[in-house]
Design a protein around this ligand. Sequence first.
Ligand code: UDP
Length: 312
Amino acid sequence: MKKRVLITGGSGFIGSHLAEYLLEQGFSVICMDNLITGAIENIRHLYDKDFLFIHHNVTNYIFIDKELDCILHFASPASPRDYMELPIQTLKVGSLGTHKALGLAKNKSATFLLASTSEVYGDPLVSPQSEDYWGNVNPIGPRGVYDEAKRFAEAMTIAYHRIHKVDTKIARIFNTFGPRMRIDDGRAIPTFICQALRGEELTVFGDGSQTRSFCYISDMVEGLYHLMLSDYNLPINLGNPEEMTILDIANMIIKLTGSKSKIVHCPLPENDPKVRQPDISKAKKLLHWSPKVSIEEGLLKTVEYFKKKIAS
Ligand code: UDP
């Protein structure tokens, strides 16, 4: 029997890549999205496959009349610009939406995988971050709406595992990039690439010494797939441990695009994490997974995507 997967947020950046990958692995895929940050153009090419799109906001009761083997809960605004513009929707989808998706998983006896985030570590006081670090989050800061929603989602997920014996997984997803990020989502990589391609100044926030570790989308999708199939129920970091400063990534993008753009420094947003680097030893050991695509290789593919996007 073919296995069926529901992806909430399935028309977003990571959700749509997961949908495509799972179809290739022989799954039947249902994608649910309210399209506030996702887009139909990310999934249109899947319509002729074993694929169904349902337009629905998962903070409301979810009804599916089919059996489900797995629910991948990816619905949420995920870029700082989006969740700061949509603070209440972000809190609702992380809390009410996670509750609804978990209830559905219990009802269908389906495996449940939560898309959590490195943001649960907030502005971390230890680096690299391993799963046993509890984080440093300002609940009432501008990023608190996302961080606390995802922390609540993790708590709810583990409670459903402990009390209702739902087979749950928690992926703490670190910065991920690739095709299908939105031009205007405000995140560093799509913003810098589009600025470089248009010959505009690259807007580095602060002095650019803050660090991030960027994982290419195909590696992330494989890590998520390994986690979905695993029997591990506690949180697990997924990301690329190659850490770099934001200034370095801006300069790398100028070089790779052959752009004449210069860098301009803008004010650093409040509570912007100073460092971020995943400790992925757990994922390596338990999932036999580690990222394969270098940042340069991933950036070149992403640049090609944005070149076409800007021209269209
Ligand atoms: N950033 C920047 N210029 C931009 C967008 C982002 O310097 O135009 C910085 C941001 O302040 C942060 C880092 O790049 O330090 C990564 O930001 P992003 O929004 O991609 O994600 P975050 O890791 O902060 O969630």
